[in-house]
Design a protein around this ligand. Sequence first.
Ligand code: NAD
Length: 482
Amino acid sequence: MTTVLKNFIGGQWVEATSGKSESVPNPATGETIAIVPLSSKEDVAHAVSVAKAAFQEWKQVAVPRRARIMFKYQQLLVEHWQELAELVTKENGKSYGEAYGEVQRGIECVEFAAGAPTLMMGSNLPDIATGIESNFHRYPIGVVGGITPFNFPMMVPCWMYPLAIAMGNTFVLKPSERTPLLANRLAELFKEAGLPDGVFNIVHGAHDVVNGLLEHQDVSAISFVGSQPVAEYVYKTAAAHGKRVQALAGAKNHSIVMPDANLDLTVKEIINASFGSAGERCMATSVVVAVGGVADALVERLVEAAKAITIGNGLDEGVFLGPVIRDSHKTRTVQYIETGNNEGAIMLLDGREAPAASGNGYFVGPTIFDHVKQGMKIWSDEIFAPVLSIIRAETLDEAIAIANASEFANGGVLYTDSAKAIRHYRDNIDAGMLGINVGVPAPMAFFPFSGYKKSFYGDLHANGKDGVEFYTRKKMVVARYV
Ligand code: NAD
């Protein structure tokens, strides 16, 4: 029987009141694996009122006690690592190896949050004037709403709720309706770790739930991760309702390859960065800019390596490339491949012809276009699929100018052996997360996830000290003891 998912409110499984739902297919097979409710604004209001009530007690729980629950949660996540990774593969499609790595990234967020006693410390200056001292204290901000995308069902929610909750806030999560299963398991394990009821809540659904969170007067802050248009909408709407907001958005990441790059390493890293997770990563490499004489050898080796990729169900051993998330996303990807052809780029590998592309799953094989030009749609748009564009440039400065012309500024990679080139790149590239001979330079939990331009709306990023700042407010005290 197909699982019908429920919301998680006040530590209980609660049916949504909307009466609306949609099916969740396994993207590798097309089979329905669950039914997800599309909850209403009333369901959101119920969750927020429960979270608001829970906040009154949770904020007073001693910080080391909150941290101890995080330690217990970390243990449980480690014990269930394999089960969680399988669930990620089942609902998202990425290979088991990638899912396993994603679970690790989520666990690291919990580990970071367990440092709450240190992270929440304030500071003081004993003598700001004669007999007067000044200090600041950190406090939680209240009920936080989290809205997450399909591509990292474990890692992205874990960027948000563990830290927010460790800081003393309560949380209402709206997971992607396309990958809703894992979130419920994360909630169960958190409860098992000793988290009081009402501190962490889940309301499943789509835009009604999002709008319910954005508009609710008792939600203090919104953490959002998803596509650019929705991020912009969330940022503007949440701000208009007086909320603190961080909205992490789309990307079009350029990797620049210099003539002195180690080609064995470069090809391995680009193949992983472009086609791993079916290109559905905000840190995926979707454009390679080959500088000077490296282009022909690089292109030949990339095509050769891409042809050797094993495509299939991510739970099968040896599979590297799983399906994209939905049939509609496959259709959109195929349209972009046609667009690339029409724009005059030279197609070297056609993912539509991969044998798996004709089965029931939503498979598209690796696709490579050469001689792509700035201004083509396959260069400018986030396709979010295993489609790689290659541009040829004469110099590093020309390559940097091409990358900087993108409206996005999430990640960027430079492949080179030259310290001078690395420094020049670092100082001049428009991207918040840089890799030097590292294909997917996603920062770990203790650093901020730092995109900008149309890749980020807000001020304080997710994770690291930015996350601590985002989920706390400061009180300054100026004191004279008489
Ligand atoms: P999406 O924008 O379609 O969905 C994200 C969330 O917004 C979901 O929970 C969804 O239900 C909700 N949503 C979608 N449309 C909405 C609407 N019209 N009104 C209100 N809410 C809406 O994104 P996705 O396809 O799930 O995820 C992929 C995108 O996320 C890519 O663009 C990727 O680059 C981006 N992403 C960015 C980062 C980052 O750190 N910058 C990380 C992961 C993913």
